[in-house]
Design a protein around this ligand. Structure first.
Ligand code: PHE
Length: 342
């Protein structure tokens, strides 16, 4: 081959090579092309063999032309390889992408049970008033549930509580707690042991159990929110003020409340709190009173130095009242049509 023929061949090989490289559709095709264009058996490699038979200065020019072609094709292949690699990555990402919104749409979102929501709202209100939230066990000893609260064995007040007795321990030793008042005793003793005594500003929410027939206003497993305040010179006025403040915070001002004198062995004096929508029926929602000196003593607190009040609200009843639910049993019937309204 002459010098001129070599230069023409170099130019032609570069031009057609660039075209086929640009037309390569996949990285695999491109790899095959690279061998075809630049490998030992490529037209370019074969053409270079003619260099050996050329005059030195011709060889120099023709050699430069072949080198330029080799470089140009190498660059074209690398550029195309980068493009194809990018396109293949994009295609993979598109194919494997998850559109999470597609799965969220048809799923129905749940929410907390209305009684739980009520309990949480009540806790928030009392925490806002400076109270702490304390819990106690559902399984209680007879002493914490009754004895410590000034209700000894055979006391007629036990008749107010239809108790579930448990077949563990000594006969009559364990009960499912019939109210959250035993947590008063547990908390007083804990405060005496760990903080050296009052003041106490605490609410104690939880489930309680009554072995009685259920109806539109009674459940056998219900929820109460106990309150306990022990400080110096606490009076009945503080009790009424606290309950009023709480009711206004939870219900708003359109509801009416009344205090009725009542009897509990663990408070003296005692009262019951009723509520109604104006013109509606009164519903008993809480028992309350000034903590009995015997109860303070059982909690390790000196009644000469400290006084206080306690109250116990029925959480389910508050929820019933607030949401105008006609039958309290709806809360435990587990009917999604009812629950989804909240
Ligand atoms: N423990 C009482 C009940 O369940 C309510 C109550 C609590 C009354 C605290 C007075 C003081 O009926």
């Amino acid at each position: 081959m002459t010098d001129e023929a070599s230069q023409d061949a170099a130019t032609r090989i570069a031009d057609t090579g660039r075209q086929v490289v640009a037309a390569a559709e996949t990285l695999a095709d491109l790899a095959v092309l690279e061998t075809t264009l630049l490998g030992k058996k490529s037209e370019l490699s074969l053409a270079r063999r003619s260099l050996g038979s050329m005059e030195p200065d011709q060889r120099k020019e023709a050699g430069a032309a072949f080198n330029a072609t080799r470089e140009a094709l190498g660059d074209a292949i690398e550029a195309r390889r980068a493009e194809l690699a990018d396109a293949e990555l994009r295609a993979t990402l598109d194919a494997e992408a998850l559109d999470l919104t597609r799965y969220v749409e048809p799923v129905e979102r749940g929410h907390v049970h209305p009684v739980t929501a009520t309990r949480e709202r009540l806790e928030d209100i009392f925490v806002g008033l400076g109270f702490e939230v304390v819990e106690g066990p559902n399984l209680e000893t007879d002493w914490f549930n009754f004895g410590a609260l000034n209700i000894p064995a055979h006391h007629p007040a036990r008749g107010m509580h239809d108790t579930f007795h448990l077949d563990v321990g000594e006969p009559g030793e364990y009960v499912l707690r019939t109210h959250t008042s035993p947590v008063q005793i547990r908390h007083m003793r804990a405060v005496t042991a760990h903080r050296g005594g009052p003041p106490i500003y605490a609410v104690m929410p939880g489930r309680v159990y009554r072995n009685e027939r259920t109806d539109a206003t009674h459940l056998a497993a219900l929820h109460q929110l106990e309150g306990l305040v022990i400080d110096r010179q606490i009076t009945l006025g503080h009790l009424e003020g606290t309950i009023d403040t709480f009711i206004r915070a939870y219900f708003g001002s359109e509801f009416e409340t009344r205090f009725r004198p009542s009897y509990f062995p663990f408070t003296e004096p005692s009262a019951e709190v009723d509520m109604r929508v104006p013109g509606g029926e009164w519903l008993e929602i809480a028992g309350c009173g000034m903590v009995h000196p015997t109860v303070l003593r059982n909690g390790g607190i000196d009644p000469e130095e400290w006084s206080g009040f306690a109250f116990g609200f029925g959480i389910d009843r508050l929820a019933k009242m607030r949401h105008d639910v006609s039958d309290i049993r709806e809360f435990v019937a587990n009917d999604v049509r009812f629950l989804s309204q909240f």
